[in-house]
Structure formats: C-alpha cells, structure tokens
Ligand binder design. Structure first.
Ligand code: AP5
Length: 265
C-alpha cells in the first residue's frame, strides 16, 4: 500500500452536516488497520463487530460465520467442521488457515478489518502475525493488530448465549432477555423467523466455555506480552461498550496511518 493511501486524509468532497457526520466521514475514509475482537462465547464480539462495520466501513471477518456458511453449503470444509462445532470444540487450526487467508486477501481488507473469533489458539495468533508480515504489510508500513478483549461475567455469558437469536437473512443478532425483536421471534428488519444456533444448547455452551479457558486464554497472554491487549468491560450496554471500542480503534488508526485521527465527541 502506498504512502498516500496510508494517510488518514480529510474528505473535502463529502457533503455532510454537523460535527458527528464530519467525524464519521473522516473515519470512513481512514486506514483503520487490523483489529482483533477477543472474548469468550457470548461476550458480544459479533454485536460489536457489526457496529464497527457500520461506523468505519471495514469488513467483519468472523471465522464462526465463515464456518457456518461452509456447513450450510455442504463444502468439504463444512463437512469436516460440522460435528466438531456441534460438540462445541475448536475446529483444527489447519482447516482454519486457508479459509482466513483467502478472506484476508480480498481487496476490501486493505483499509483494515475486524477479526471476530480468530485467532483462537496461540498457534493461530502466531500464524496471523506471520501472514500479515508476509502478505499485507509493505516495508515502510507495519501495522500489527490492536486486540480488544471483551470481558463479561460468567452468569451473564450464559444468559446471553441461551437468549441469543439471529436472523438467517440479514445476520442481525437479538437476545430474548436483553434485545428482543419487536415482534415475537421475527426479525425487525426483514421479518424472517429468528433462529437459535445449534451450539447454543446448554451442554454445548459449557464445552465452548471450557475450550475458551483452555485454548483461547493463551491468545490473550500472547498479545499481552507484546503490549497489544486492551481489556474492555463488556458487562455494560452494547452502546457503551461500542463507544469505548471506538476510542481504541481511533487510537489504533492514528498509529497505523502515521497521522492524527479525530477523537470521539
Ligand atoms: P463463533 O461463531 O466465533 O462463536 P463464539 O466465539 O462462541 O462467539 P459467539 O458468536 O457465541 O458470541 P459473540 O461473542 O459473538 O456474542 P454475540 O455478539 O453474538 O464460533 C462458533 C464455533 O466455530 C466455535 O465453537 C468453533 O467450533 C468454531 N470456530 C470459530 N472460529 C474458530 C477458530 N478461529 N478456530 C477454531 N474453531 C473456530 O452476543 C451474544 C448474545 O448477547 C446476543 O444475543 C446479543 O444480542 C447479546 N449481547 C451482546 N452484547 C450485549 C450487551 N452489551 N448487553 C446485553 N446483551 C448483549
């Protein structure tokens, strides 16, 4: 990527009104760089990632969504992954790498991207660093990921997971306890019947939380040792969490672009 594209340039041609709109226009044109959302199942990674997509215009790369899409299509990868996911275990690293590499090579990732659910093992974290170094960073411009860990109390996680429903058409996430749809079990946006995820049954949830403790906690340690881990209290309203995450991303974007970026109002 050239120096010009790496700058967080001002967007004079945007016809916007008010401070908030100007700020959003600038953020939508900035280089954001890689952002990793880390956290246990149900912490709100998907919920926050969707807000980031809307606000910054960079893509969400959710390995869980990519795997579920493969299962739905009945691809070779999907066939291998389905039973493992239904048990709440992690899909082997070697099945994940090709899928993530293919997605990161797409052109919409050049300004930045949010990784949701990846990396999930220390080996995946090492693989990501090596991949970014080899394929995405040029010599002058290195921008290692900023890593936001969403921290949520265990009991709250259980409520979030058992209450989650999602729209099969637009992907919007609801919660029957905290963010219910206006009409019972129907999506507010397109009216589709909301679905309960296969792995949101209680016995599978326990397995997923155990996998997080054993395999994903070391990922936080990996990033903490490099001074890249930013813990965020996610036991608050989604909007409050989003405001803090935005602050983290703005600071990261400023570093990545080698320029100042507007601070949140
Ligand atoms: P994946 O799809 O990544 O699931 P997960 O990590 O278990 O996370 P979730 O999607 O369950 O939760 P979330 O943090 O996104 O929370 P959400 O925003 O939905 O992975 C599924 C499986 O795929 C894995 O078990 C594994 O088998 C496999 N896999 C995926 N990636 C892999 C990898 N890299 N390596 C190996 N295997 C991999 O929110 C949850 C609920 O809470 C929602 O109802 C929401 O409305 C609600 N909520 C969110 N925020 C708030 C808030 N602030 N207040 C109140 N409610 C809230």
């Amino acid at each position: 990527m050239g120096a010009e594209e790496g700058r967080c340039f001002r967007v004079r041609k945007y016809r916007v009104k008010g401070k908030g709109a100007i700020l959003m226009a600038k953020e939508a044109a900035c280089k954001i760089g890689p952002v990793v959302l880390l956290g246990p199942p149900g912490a709100g990674k998907g919920t926050q990632a969707k807000k980031i997509v809307e606000h910054y215009g960079i893509p969400q790369i959710s390995t869980g969504d990519l795997l579920r899409e493969n299962v739905r299509r009945g691809s070779e990868l999907g066939k291998k992954a389905k039973a493992i996911m239904d048990r709440g275990e992690l899909v082997p690293d070697e099945l994940i790498y090709g899928m993530v590499a293919a997605r990161l090579r797409q052109t919409d990732c050049q300004r930045g991207f949010i990784l949701d659910g990846f990396p999930r093992t220390a080996a995946q974290a090492g693989w990501l660093d090596a991949f970014l170094e080899k394929e995405l960073f040029d010599n002058e411009e290195k921008c290692p990921p900023t890593v936001v860990r969403l921290d949520v109390d265990y009991t709250q996680l259980l409520l979030r997971l058992t209450g989650r429903r999602s729209c099969p058409t637009c992907g919007r996430i609801y919660n029957v306890h905290f963010q219910p749809p206006r009409s019972d079990e129907l999506c507010d946006v397109d009216g589709s019947k909301l679905l309960l995820r296969n792995d949101d049954r209680e016995e599978v949830i326990r397995e997923r939380l155990a996998a997080y403790e054993a395999q994903t906690k070391p990922v936080a340690q990996y990033y903490q040792a490099q001074g890249r881990l930013i813990p965020v209290n996610a036991d608050r309203k989604a909007e409050e969490v989003a405001a803090e995450v935005s602050g983290v991303i703005n600071r990261h974007a400023a570093v990545c672009a080698g320029n100042e970026v507007a601070k949140p109002e």
